[in-house]
Each structure stands twice: as C-alpha cells, then as structure tokens.
Design a binder for this molecule. Structure first.
Ligand SMILES: NC(=O)c1ccc[n+]([C@@H]2O[C@H](COP(=O)([O-])OP(=O)(O)OC[C@H]3O[C@@H](n4cnc5c(N)ncnc54)[C@H](OP(=O)(O)O)[C@@H]3O)[C@@H](O)[C@H]2O)c1
Length: 328
C-alpha cells in the first residue's frame, strides 16, 4: 500500500508552533491516505492566486496554522506553486504537497501533453517552483483519454525511481479514471465527488479503495452552487448549477440554501463527499481564511444519517442524465 506522508523535516521550531495550535482547533479527525494519516480537510489551491497576493498568502498561512496538512496545486494554476513556496517555505514538518503535470497551453487553451519527456520537464519545473528536491505526490493532470495511460505511467514511474516524487497519482474522471485505477500503477486518485457529481461512486471509488489507493476528493463542496439564485456568471459553475436545479434537493433550496451549521447545504455536501468509499481528504477551495476551521468543524459532525445519504444517491440515480459524467 502506498505511504503518503510528510517529506523530510525542516524548520522544526515552526512545525512545533504550527502543530501546537493545530488539530484541536480545526482538523475534523485524521483519516488514511494510502497508509498514512492525513486530516480530512485539505487545501485546493486552484484559485489561490486569483486574488491579491497578500490575501493568497494569508489564506495559506491560516490553513497551515489550523492544521491543514495537504495542499493540492498544479503547474498550470497561475503561479500557485510559486506562491505556496514564497509563503510556506521552509515547509512545516508534516505538510504534504501534491502537484500535477501533464497539461500545457496551446493558444491559451489547456491541452494535455502526457508524453514521458514532457512530464519529466514539467516535474523539474514544479520542483524548482516549489523549492523541494522531491514532490510528495505528483499527479497526471486530466490526461487526454485517447492517449493510453501506460505511455505516461512509465514516465511517472521513472520520476519515482529518480527520487523526483515519492508517490504518483492520477487526477481525472470518468472512464479514463477507471482505466487508470484498473492499471494498478498509481498510488492515489484525485477525482470529482460531490452531491451533483456522483458517477465515480460506483465507477472508480470502490475499486480504488480495494486497491489501497489514496483518494483525494476534488470539487468536494460542489462549488457551493446553491449560493447562486440564478444562473452563475462564471462558466466553471454552470454545469453544476444546472444539475442542482434538476436534482432539486430540499436541503439546498429556498431558505434552506442559506442555512449554516451541520444541517446546512455546505455541511451536507461535505459530509456526503467524506463518507464515499475510500475518500481520504477533501480539497476544498476557498478565498476565506476562516473557512478552514468552519469547514473542518462541519465535517467533524461525521457521516450523514443513512436515510439522507440514501436519498441523495436515489435522487441522483433517478435524475442523472447520460452525459453527467465526472467533471474535470
Ligand atoms: N484536477 C483537476 O483538474 C481539478 C479540477 C477542479 C478542482 N481541482 C482541485 O479541487 C480544488 C477544489 O475545487 P473547487 O474550488 O473548484 O471546488 P469546491 O471546493 O467544491 O468549491 C469551492 C467553493 O466553495 C465555497 N465554499 C467553501 N466552503 C464553503 C462553505 N462552508 N459554505 C459556502 N461556500 C463554501 C468557496 O467559496 P468561499 O470563497 O466563499 O469560501 C468556493 O467558491 C481546487 O482548488 C483544485 O485543487 C482539481
């Protein structure tokens, strides 16, 4: 079984300070990622540079202070790797950094490039950006489903042999992710799983669990799309918003959509994600430093009552359309 844990320690004094304030405040308990303990709540750093650098830095610092011990980023997240290094290096002991490679930009459009030689170059760039000798988890980022994953996985395995990464992961969805799980070569799977994105719950998660892979849940709070009373302006949110309209969950409608606490939609969404097979860590995206603590407390309420989870699953099965596949 893969062991995804902290890299070589540095800055023990800072680490001690950080961990003194850590878990008691925020952590929502520890879980297994592979065969290592991490906390339920991770940091999805996709949008961390879509705000003033000082705000991004404050978000990162706060996350680590309250005990977040896994940060997920990617080389194509607009300088996120650099911001993480500028803010947190030397990294506190116990912090796991997962990054991704395999996407490039062609005419401004994200385009997969998963050739082993490209992955090697991309990994070297990420090592420099993050200022580490070894990445904790290096993930293949939304590879082109038409390119056989074996070609890329060979290149990824070389990176492990060369000590550039400790573990390799597959970040993607739907049938391509199923194939990546079946191939048995990846230590971790990062995939979309939430109340409006449930394809993986039967397609990939049980098998990933059986194979002992660490599962990193992306978009774990369904982008909180219930917050939009009408069609969102941001295209990234539209597909989920449309799905939610059709699913029509009571807990995310009308007055309920504004409810806070463990019975509100944010908590129900995260508790649903956290209880799916094999899910280790939820990498929530946020712009608000206080969310880490708030969200960890919501998750700490534990799995949803069985009937509520079953009703969310049943409603999905009744309503989901054939093209409601896992969103990348
Ligand atoms: N591999 C890939 O291709 C891929 C694709 C998508 C995402 N990801 C990873 O997954 C991470 C998370 O994805 P995401 O940010 O798109 O989706 P998400 O975590 O499901 O949603 C983030 C949104 O939820 C809101 N939110 C968080 N906590 C909340 C709460 N308690 N109540 C109400 N709203 C709340 C945030 O707003 P506030 O700012 O108000 O908190 C933010 O707008 C990314 O950062 C990235 O690391 C990877």
């Amino acid at each position: 079984m893969p062991r995804i844990g902290p890299r070589a320690k540095n800055s023990p004094r800072r680490a001690a300070r950080v961990y003194k304030t850590a878990m008691s405040a925020a952590a929502a308990g520890t879980v297994r990622l592979g065969d290592t303990d991490v906390h339920r709540m991770g940091f999805g750093a996709r949008w961390v540079t879509h705000q003033e650098p000082s705000a991004g830095r404050a978000l990162l610092r706060r996350a680590v202070e309250v005990g977040i011990d896994l940060i997920d980023t990617a080389d194509v997240y607009d300088g996120s790797e650099e911001l993480i290094a500028d803010t947190l290096h030397p990294y506190p002991a116990g912090l796991v950094i997962a990054t991704k490679g395999g996407q490039t930009s062609v005419d401004g459009q994200p385009t997969p490039d998963c050739r082993p030689e490209y992955l090697k170059e991309a990994c070297e760039r990420s090592l420099r950006a993050l200022r580490v000798d070894t990445i904790d988890v290096y993930q293949l980022h939304n590879p082109d489903p038409n390119v056989p994953v074996e070609e890329s996985v060979g290149g990824m395995a070389e990176l492990v042999k060369e000590g550039k990464t400790r573990f390799i992961g597959y970040s993607g969805d739907s049938k391509a992710a199923r194939y990546a799980v079946e191939c048995g070569r990846f230590d971790a799977l990062q995939t979309s799983v939430n109340i409006v994105d449930q394809e993986c719950i039967e397609l990939t998660l049980p098998l990933a669990k059986e194979k002992g892979m660490g599962v990193i849940a992306k978009r774990p709070i369904a982008n909180a799309v219930w917050r939009h009373p009408s069609r969102p302006g941001n295209d990234y949110h539209v597909e989920y918003w449309n799905r939610l309209q059709k699913l029509g969950y009571d807990f995310a409608k009308g007055e309920n959509s504004e409810k806070a606490g463990v019975d509100g939609p944010a908590a129900i969404a995260m508790r649903f994600t956290a209880m799916q097979p094999g899910v280790s860590v939820l990498i929530v995206g946020t712009t608000k430093p206080d969310r880490w603590k708030e969200n960890a407390e919501l998750i700490r309420a534990g799995p949803l009552p069985k009937e509520l989870e079953a009703s969310i699953r049943a409603r999905w099965k009744e309503v989901a359309e054939s093209d409601w596949i896992g969103r990348t």
